[in-house]
Design a protein around this ligand. Structure first.
Ligand code: NAD
Ligand code: MG
Length: 331
């Protein structure tokens, strides 16, 4: 764990040093909330919007551009230092939320980035493609539905052909829909969640591995729900536990190819998934209030963990699940 800790420290320090003010506040404006450009230290308690949040709902899958306040994905704050120079990444759900923050960070660290997203998310995806290109890297937009095995295979092939290789896969796309009781979850709902969160990850990973050279990294997005399931997210929580378990099994298999496999387990993050059916309005209003930090995370605050897990310097780190939870819950 020594190398992981050193790597994380490097990435976090680099990010804090380079960050600009300009993150959105709870009024939807742009009053400074991210760490200041010159600051070597920033107090995490004072950053970013705190609950209560205003009433809002969008149809699934939701758009980051229509959220109030707009999430901070690091658009104006993340500055790279070549940690992923020359790498080639495919990120599912790269249009918004955590996936967008990872796409921005990877590109600014020197990686070419392909993103997979749903066709309804084209406006968010266009912004991300422009941000990747703005970092001077190649961007590939791959719209489609990962519940379809054929699409998963094509998406990986398109990314690998388009970028001239593939050495980072981030399985981040996810479906979360709130239901008060198991009795309210239809077979169709259950199938939707499992096909997105588990089958899609399985098909994408199977397709990606033959393209991946030794040194490549696979990073899956799990959740605190893997260990401490929310009362209203039964089907979602079980998939997140399965993702953590899959990560550990796959890591044992893939080291024979020199591929590292890890997962990230976020706590509450301010993203479209939460305002498009992922939470009840009652939960959304006080979203993040129950964490010791007293607020939700912003996607920009978790992207450095993905950078640390992807970079070659973290060469002894595999089969792990890293939390970023504002202080709440295991592991
Ligand atoms: P998000 O809505 O910004 O991202 C989810 C993405 O999943 C969407 O942008 C969409 O492109 C993609 N997606 C969903 N269904 C798809 C499908 N059938 N085909 C292709 N793409 C599909 O929200 P987010 O919170 O950034 O979610 C990213 C990941 O983080 C998810 O796996 C989610 O479960 C996980 N997570 C989020 C939180 C949180 O509080 N926001 C907490 C723990 C884990
Ligand atoms: Mg989205």
């Amino acid at each position: 764990m020594q190398s992981a800790a050193a790597g994380l420290a490097t990435v976090f320090a680099g990010n804090a040093l380079a960050a600009d003010p300009g993150a959105p506040d709870s009024s939807g404006g742009n009053a400074a909330a991210a760490p200041e450009a010159s600051a070597s230290l920033s107090d995490p308690r004072g950053l970013y919007p705190h609950p209560p949040f205003q009433d809002q709902q969008q149809p699934w899958p939701g758009l980051a551009s229509r959220m109030t306040p707009r999430p901070d994905h690091g658009e104006s704050s993340y500055r790279g230092s070549g940690l992923l120079a020359g790498r080639k990444a495919l990120i599912t759900g790269g249009d918004s939320g955590i996936g967008r923050a990872v796409a921005i960070a990877f590109a600014r660290e020197g990686a070419d980035v392909s993103i997979v997203y749903l066709p309804a998310e084209e406006p968010d995806a266009r912004e991300v493609v422009a941000l990747i290109r703005g970092a001077g890297r190649n961007a590939l937009a791959i719209p489609g539905d990962i519940r379809d095995e054929g699409f998963c295979q094509q998406a990986v092939d398109r990314a690998a052909n388009g970028m001239g290789g593939l050495d980072i896969l981030v399985n981040n796309a996810g479906r979360q829909h709130s239901h008060d009781s198991i009795l309210d979850i239809s077979t169709e709902d259950f199938d939707w969640t499992l096909r997105t969160n588990l089958y899609g990850m399985f098909w994408l990973t199977k397709s990606a591995i033959p393209h991946m050279p030794p040194g490549a990294a696979i990073i899956n997005t799990s959740s605190v729900n893997a260990y401490d399931p929310s009362i209203n997210l039964l089907d979602y929580a079980m998939t997140k536990a399965a993702i953590a378990n899959f990560t550990k099994s796959l890591a044992k298999q893939m080291i024979s190819r020199g591929i590292r496999v890890n997962a990230v387990a976020p706590g509450p993050f301010w993203t479209p998934l939460q305002v498009s059916g992922g939470q009840t309005m009652k939960n959304l209003e006080k979203f993040g209030a129950n964490t010791p930090m007293g607020r939700p995370g912003q996607p920009a605050e978790i992207a450095p963990v993905y950078v640390a897990l992807a970079m070659s310097r973290a060469s002894y780190v595999t089969g792990q699940v890293y939390g970023a939870t504002g202080g709440e819950g295991p592991p």
